[in-house]
Design a protein around this ligand. Structure first.
Ligand code: F6R
Length: 623
């Protein structure tokens, strides 16, 4: 959510900043801007719209200089306008600041500044208030003549003093026209990474922005303040104490974040799933003991055995994975399991017993609500584990242990491959906990066989893409889509509806099939198709009854089935998509993929911006 890129080095900053913004555009894309110090003057270009609009503005009005900051915005405070786009400036116009997060007390700070005579605000944003505050503190500290090193130190002090007054979250980068070749970054609650180069250094909210220039990264912690020059950097605390840091190697390359031959990142990521599912279980299956090995949980066998309750928390797609996990863990391990929206969990007084284990599920590992839930759970003393994709993320670092997805960077705003990786990991957890309890070796090895068969089966499902595209064309003028499923496939109905809403903007809802007759059936009509997820399993005939109820009311039906299901659905469904057979607990990994493809093809048919759907942003780092 919002992207920051900063550069200080010897090269021209503008192309590096623009390139970084393009790679971060999936994090926010309503406006963008760049500020570069050119011969002692701060110059900016910013505008509402996509990076392409900013790039064309910069072609007409180029900027030259070797240090600067840039930003792509997802609006929180203030409308989407040129004025509200970042960077924002202090009253003198010499300091430029970009910011991710929310300054909660910005109104109070603004009042103070206004009372002090500063009325020169040009935007409605919280960020501009912070820029003014830092600028004021800096100007006051430089009232008498100071030399260059003193200016650096005073700017740093001004940043620290201002941030100590801030309530809220921030990831910031700033430059000042009077302090050449110098940039400051700081974070609290919004990710910020320092890229270490040769005679150049970078700041970014996400390492993908800078991985084309360096793979050496320092992931900043909350309350870190970093001062960067071309050939050195220093990390300190908000209180000014010099801190420790570790330079890590970024685990992917710039090549990994290219679209390749695919039209969209989302399609590329859907087609990566045979590999990502394989990677999620690689080295984690023990054929001999018919169980899973998850060393990252950091728990002894006795601790694993004594887990009495599990809480799975997350947001959006990650929450839907948790909902499948609830069925899985209860089925395989018979441990009471609950799923809780992260945003609700942290504010609710959920009774949790001492033997409860909490999992925070998050692709990005930076989602503010999930991070809040993790912190609340740890504050109360519960062992809290992460299921994350981003290994350097805050959730991964702050949890007591966990399991990485190893799915590679997910750029498409709609989550796809991360979901199936989460499902694999939750199956592994069900298997592990089950085998610590009553799950037999034969049941354990049946699950392992099913997991190992998945990559090949996913290839078969991906071969259905053309059939699904044809279905999408047939239904391109519908007014919405309903999704129904039972048991393990009820959460898949929710996920199918979420994908549909996100990228087609069509009305879509997911429900347990049997809920149909308790109200939803009132919506059924000829221009509103129902997608039924009905694998050939124990609840097939019950699903069939619900489909008949829809058919009787002239609602079109798209059925997603397996095995012999297709034969039995011939006279009920208008369209039938058939996936390979699998045990019911791993079936969601196969049934969700046609729904990802259906949403994708329908969105393309409707001319939507699939990778950057309106109003959305990847990685929601504000509450
Ligand atoms: C849906 C989607 C969102 C995310 C949610 C959580 O396609 O992408 O619903 O799943 O914002 O994100 P993470 O998993 O990064 O915590």
């Amino acid at each position: 959510m919002c992207g920051i890129v900063g550069y200080v080095g010897r090269a021209e900053a503008a192309p590096i900043l623009l390139d970084g913004l393009r790679r971060l555009e999936y994090r926010g894309y309503d406006s963008a801007g760049v500020a570069i110090v050119t011969r002692g003057h701060l110059e900016t270009r910013k505008c509402a719209g996509r990076i392409v609009a900013l790039a064309s503005l910069m072609t007409k009005q180029p900027l030259s200089g070797s240090f600067g900051v840039s930003h792509t915005r997802w609006a929180t405070h203030g409308k989407v306008t040129d004025e509200n786009a970042h960077p924002h400036f202090d009253a003198s116009g010499k300091l430029a600041l970009v910011h991710n997060g929310v300054i909660e007390n910005y109104q109070a700070l603004k009042e103070q500044l206004i009372q002090g005579g500063d009325t020169n605000f040009r935007s409605e944003t919280d960020t501009e208030v912070l820029a003014h505050l830092i600028g004021k503190l800096y100007d006051e500290s430089c009232a008498s003549t100071v030399d260059a090193p003193q200016k650096k130190a005073r700017l740093l002090t001004a940043v620290r003093t201002a941030l100590q007054q801030v309530i809220g979250t921030y990831g910031i980068a700033l430059v000042h026209a009077e302090v050449p070749d110098f940039m400051i970054g700081a974070r609290r609650g919004s990710p910020l990474v320092l890229g270490v180069g040769k005679e150049e250094n970078f700041l970014a909210s996400d390492v993908s922005a800078i991985v084309a220039y360096t793979r050496d990264a320092v992931y900043l912690n909350d309350f870190d303040v970093v001062a960067l020059e071309r050939d050195k950097f220093e990390i300190s605390s908000l209180a000014g104490e010099i801190g420790d840091y570790r330079v890590s190697k970024v685990e992917f390359t710039a090549e990994d974040i290219k679209k390749g031959d695919f039209r969209h990142y989302m399609l590329k990521e859907i087609f990566e799933q045979p590999n990502t599912v394989r990677d999620a279980m690689r080295g984690r299956l023990s054929l001999e003991e018919c169980t899973a090995k998850l060393g990252g949980l950091n728990m002894t066998p006795a601790q694993l055995r004594d887990v009495g309750r599990i809480v799975l928390t997350g947001c959006g797609t990650a929450l839907h994975a948790g909902r499948v996990g609830e069925y899985l863990i209860e089925r395989l391990a018979n441990i009471p399991t609950e799923v809780e929206y992260a945003s609700e969990f942290r504010h609710r007084n959920t009774p949790i017993t001492p033997e409860t284990l909490v999992f925070a599920i998050s692709q990005s590992g930076e989602t503010a609500d999930t991070l809040g839930a993790l912190r609340e759970s740890r504050r109360k003393g519960f062992r809290t584990l992460g299921i994350c994709n981003n290994v350097a993320s805050t959730i991964a670092r702050e949890s007591d242990g966990g399991v990485y997805m190893h799915a590679g960077p997910e750029i498409g705003v709609a989550a796809t491959k991360s979901f199936t990786s989460q499902l694999v990991i939750l199956t592994l957890l069900g298997l592990l906990f089950g085998r610590m309890r009553n799950l037999s070796t034969s049941e354990g090895s049946r699950i392992i066989e099913a997991l190992e068969a998945l990559p090949g089966q996913i290839e078969e499902v991906l071969n259905l893409s053309d059939q699904i595209k044809a279905i999408a064309r047939t239904y391109a003028d519908v007014n919405g889509v309903l999704f129904f499923g039972r048991q393990f496939n009820f959460p898949i109905a929710l996920e199918g509806a979420l994908k549909m809403k996100e990228i087609t903007y069509l009305f879509a809802e997911g429900h347990p099939s049997a809920e149909l007759k308790h109200g939803v059936i009132a919506l059924v009509r000829p221009d509103l198709p129902s997608v039924f997820i009905v694998p050939d399993d124990a609840v097939f005939s019950k699903n069939l009854n619900n489909m008949e109820q829809v058919k009787a009311r002239k609602g079109p039906i798209i059925a997603l089935t397996s095995g012999n299901g297709a034969k039995q659905l011939k006279n009920v469904a208008n369209e039938i998509i058939s996936v390979p057979e699998a045990p019911d607990c791993v079936m969601p990994i196969l049934t969700v993929i046609p729904l990802q493809l259906l949403a994708y093809h329908l969105a393309v048919e409707l001319g939507r911006d699939v990778d950057k759907p309106r109003n959305l942003a990847k990685s929601v780092t504000v509450e």
